[in-house]
Design a protein around this ligand. Structure first.
Ligand code: SF4
Length: 156
């Protein structure tokens, strides 16, 4: 926060992966984003349980609670750069995976996602909000498309 106060940039986005350690700080992060003129938006993910990090992952009930808090923040006009209509899919872990829109070439190897190379079964526990949002949008989900237009137009 000290670094943000001292920066000359006014185009900062908070990016928070919600986990067992920080799950109760969502409102604090949102209110800071709303009150700090240098911060344009805040964007969330749930912790994706990469090897040896499963203790940080949230339960379904905890995800539901977090989504309720984020939805409340959106209603309070916090600049949240996520799509509310994706929340039920994220809570139930029911969105199309893997995320074919993330094509990455790393170490000479083509992968569908640079962060998930060689991690078996990770997609079924994926916590990336943008994956749910974009796979649903590209799948033609109308509610998501409208939500995207409404949300993204605020930032253009
Ligand atoms: S874990 Fe998530 S981000 Fe990684 S490939 Fe699977 S769907 Fe994509």
């Amino acid at each position: 926060m000290k670094n943000i106060k001292n920066t000359t940039s006014d185009n900062i986005c908070f990016y928070m992966a919600i986990n067992q350690i920080n799950k109760n700080t969502i409102k604090d992060v949102c209110y800071e984003a709303k009150s700090n003129k240098k911060v344009r938006a805040v964007s969330f993910n749930f912790h994706t349980p990469y090897p040896n990090t499963s203790k940080l992952a949230l339960s379904k009930t905890e995800k539901q609670h977090c989504c309720d808090v984020i939805a409340q923040m959106i209603d309070e006009k916090v600049p949240v750069f996520n799509l509310k209509n994706a929340f039920p899919y994220l809570i139930d872990q029911k969105f199309p995976t893997p995320c074919h829109q993330c094509l990455v070439i790393e170490n000479g190897k083509i992968s569908i996602c640079g962060r998930c190379i060689d991690v078996p079964n990770l997609c079924s526990q994926c916590g990336y909000f943008f994956v749910a949002e974009y796979t649903l949008i590209f799948g033609g989900n109308r509610k998501m498309i409208l939500d995207m237009l409404k949300t993204y137009l605020k930032y253009i």
